[in-house]
Design a protein. Structure first.
Length: 208
């Protein structure tokens, strides 16, 4: 797809999205104009829609894995399924990830390592052996032209890959802990994701 085509589709999506924002906000607020809860819900909904459009990325799935230690259970691995909003080239090599637990902030960088899911389970993929607490990598799920594996690039809206990273010791999550993750893409605005650790009823948990 040409740049003009990609920009045209993006513009259409933005226009439709803002129309939906207006309709949604109006319907929410008119249910009870005196309700602060409705106003907060509308504001949150608008921010989420605008954030997704401007970052050119969709986050489709958020998972973590608990591991047992001397103090109980803590989430040590995080995976996030990403996909382009439209068919356009997004340079994954320029990604950075910021972790913020309210007390410390840490930046993770791309170590240029990508892997296919193949027959391996997500959290036992061989890529984890090559990741330290300073870097992240990508596990490709759908990549017809192998652009993720070969060039560290999203170039079709059908591309799907998990961004995967180990949490440094200071950022590992126990139940009810909150972690703010910010994705800094090569283009678009920063995408902010708030993770809240659920009860360790199973080893692998899905964040809301």
């Amino acid at each position: 797809m040409t740049n003009w085509g990609s920009q045209g589709i993006t513009a259409i999506i933005v226009l439709i999205a803002f129309m939906l924002i207006g309709v949604t906000a109006a319907s929410v607020l008119t249910e009870d104009t005196s309700s602060t809860i409705n106003e907060e819900y509308a504001s949150q909904l608008i921010n989420e829609i605008v954030d997704e459009i401007c970052s050119y990325l969709q986050v489709k799935d958020l998972k973590g894995k608990y591991y047992k230690n001397n103090e109980g259970y803590e989430i040590q691995k995080i995976v996030m399924l990403l996909s382009p909003l439209v068919s356009q080239e997004i340079d994954l090599s320029q990604f950075t990830v910021q972790l913020d637990n309210g007390e410390e902030v840490k930046i993770l960088t791309n170590n240029q390592i990508s892997a296919n899911l193949d027959s391996n389970t997500l959290f036992e993929n061989n890529i984890w052996e090559n990741l330290d607490e300073e870097h992240f990598g990508f596990i490709s799920i759908t990549d017809i032209d192998n652009s993720i594996i070969n060039y560290n690039v999203f170039n079709e809206n059908s591309d799907n890959a998990y961004i995967v990273f180990k949490l440094p010791n200071a950022f590992s999550m126990q139940k009810k802990d909150k972690l703010i993750v910010k994705l800094f893409p090569s283009e678009g605005v920063v995408k902010t994701i708030i993770l809240k650790a659920t009860l360790p009823m199973t080893s692998v948990v899905t964040f809301e």
